[in-house]
Design a protein around this ligand. Structure first.
Ligand code: ADP
Ligand code: MG
Ligand code: ZN
Length: 454
């Protein structure tokens, strides 16, 4: 064990030039993979350093590891990085010249190959040429790990289904005893089940998963139709989240930036404009942001918000990709999102600094029906193939149903999110309306079910 730890840190420092692991989870996953006795599942957010979890063990072990990656561009990124730190790695793909391919194969067929990591697409794995290469590596006991990056591509419930990933389950039969490592940034419970089934991962599987629970976020849901003036509710929510009482909002105008800022997500451009104007009128300075604005103006709005020149941005979901502002005190959804995964990601932009922050969703059954209609319409427009259409539609509707359940049931919001991602029940500690004000919520939901607001 001590010996293994020494290998772990020596390789980390000397080959990868990192002082320490990025997280405890990264270290544990890497250690377990290096141990090599189990199939391993790793789910960590983008940027958490999943590649290292398999690259380090591959470098520190004898033999060649095969990495399945869905896109040539992703592969090239990895290969450039590996080349820079002098780890012998290669790819076999359709873009190689005959000469390059021969070079790669000559090394892999030699008695003591240099190559530590071999990157291929799932399409490549299905070819006869690759199958015989795999057989040859097996026979010579040189096939170290089968690594499946972006493993959610194997699931039709994921956002990126790739039918060729399904062939990997069959490929595994050729390489008995070789540990399989599956990695992804986005695994819901359903996707995880699919990964295990399709890749035929062997129990007991070692799972390393970042918990999705964010204890500093307070989640609640408002039934739009029960609110006399929903804009009033929204403006009060903004002010409270920015830590100001109604009476003090004059000061907010001058001095609000020390209280942080917020995002209101809207479905349409018109809604962005309307919300921004209503909030501004109610004393919460706000601006709209959407794809309909001239790009110069759009950038200016984003920069001004980033720099704290005004507190609230009313935006479509195109806003926020790559925005990593620490003091976002609230994220409100003016309409319900299309999926739980989307909602989790968007609302998760609040409270990155770890301080108390608020996530509110405004729900209405009328909007539910509109969105349901749109999901179906869009899919039919963009997916021609009937079979694909059916699969995608099922998946989209299932994801949307989870979102509706989240709104219409009175269970702990954090628990609902955790369930969706296959995590255990977290300790909410009254950080949601279902736990903090259960009676009030039960009454609202009862009224909703009776159709009191229809
Ligand atoms: P993921 O696949 O999880 O999105 P990557 O494997 O691409 O993430 O890694 C993201 C970045 O983190 C890379 O630039 C990588 O070099 C860096 N990184 C990974 N592990 C460490 C570490 N232990 N210390 C510092 N940087 C690291
Ligand atoms: Mg990655
Ligand atoms: Zn709760």
């Amino acid at each position: 064990d001590k010996e293994a730890d020494k290998t772990l840190y020596e390789t980390l420092n000397n080959v990868f030039k990192h002082k320490d692991f990025k997280s405890k989870l990264q270290k544990e996953a890497t250690r377990c993979i290096l141990n090599g006795s189990k199939d391993v599942f790793v789910s960590m957010p983008t940027g958490a350093g999943k590649s290292l979890c398999y690259q380090l063990p591959a470098v520190a072990s004898d033999g060649v590891s095969v990495v399945i990656s869905p896109l040539l561009a992703l592969m090239q990124d990895q290969l450039d990085h590996l080349k820079a730190i002098k780890i012998p790695s290669a790819t076999i793909n359709s873009k190689l010249t005959e000469k390059e391919r021969k070079q790669v194969l000559a090394d892999l067929n030699s008695s003591n190959p240099n190559t530590k990591l071999l990157y291929v697409t799932p399409e490549q794995v299905a070819t006869d040429g690759f199958k015989s290469l795999a057989d040859s590596l097996m026979k010579r006991k040189l096939f170290k790990y089968l690594i499946v990056d972006e493993a959610h591509c194997v699931s039709q419930w994921g956002h990126d289904f790739r039918p060729d990933y399904l062939k990997l389950g069959c490929f595994r039969k050729r390489i008995p005893g070789v540990p399989c490592i599956a990695l992804t940034a986005t695994a819901t419970e359903q996707v995880l089940k699919d990964i295990i089934k399709q890749l035929k991962l062997k129990e007991p599987i070692a799972k390393f998963k970042t918990s999705c629970f964010r204890p500093n976020l307070y989640y609640d849901v408002r039934m739009k139709e029960t609110l006399g003036d929903p804009y009033k509710d929204l403006s009060e929510f903004c002010l409270e989240a920015l830590n100001r009482s109604q009476a003090q909002k004059e000061e907010l105008l001058e001095n609000w930036s020390k209280y942080g800022c917020g995002i209101v997500y809207c479905r349409t451009r018109d809604a962005c404009a309307e919300v921004a104007s209503q909030l501004s009128r109610k004393g919460v300075p706000s601006k709209p942001y959407h794809a309909g604005l001239k790009s110069g103006i759009r950038e200016e709005v984003q920069n001004d918000w980033m720099e704290g020149k005004f507190p609230v941005i009313a935006a479509t979901i195109s806003f926020g990709m790559g925005v990593d502002k620490p003091n976002v005190r609230f994220v409100a959804h003016w309409t319900l999102p299309k999926s739980m995964a989307g909602y989790y990601q968007e609302s998760g932009r609040a409270g990155r600094d770890g301080n108390q922050s608020y996530c509110r969703l405004y729900y209405s059954r009328q909007e539910r029906d509109t969105i349901s209609f749109l999901i179906n319409k869009e899919l039919k427009k963009f997916t021609r193939d009937k079979e694909q259409q059916k699969i995608k539609l099922q998946s989209a509707n299932k994801n949307f149903d989870a979102m509706i359940e989240y709104c219409e049931y009175a269970i702990c919001r954090h628990w609902a999110i955790s369930k969706y991602f296959g995590d255990v029940k977290p300790d909410c500690n009254n950080s949601c309306d279902a736990c903090k004000t259960p009676k009030m919520l039960a009454k609202t939901i009862e009224d909703l079910q009776r159709g009191a607001y229809a």
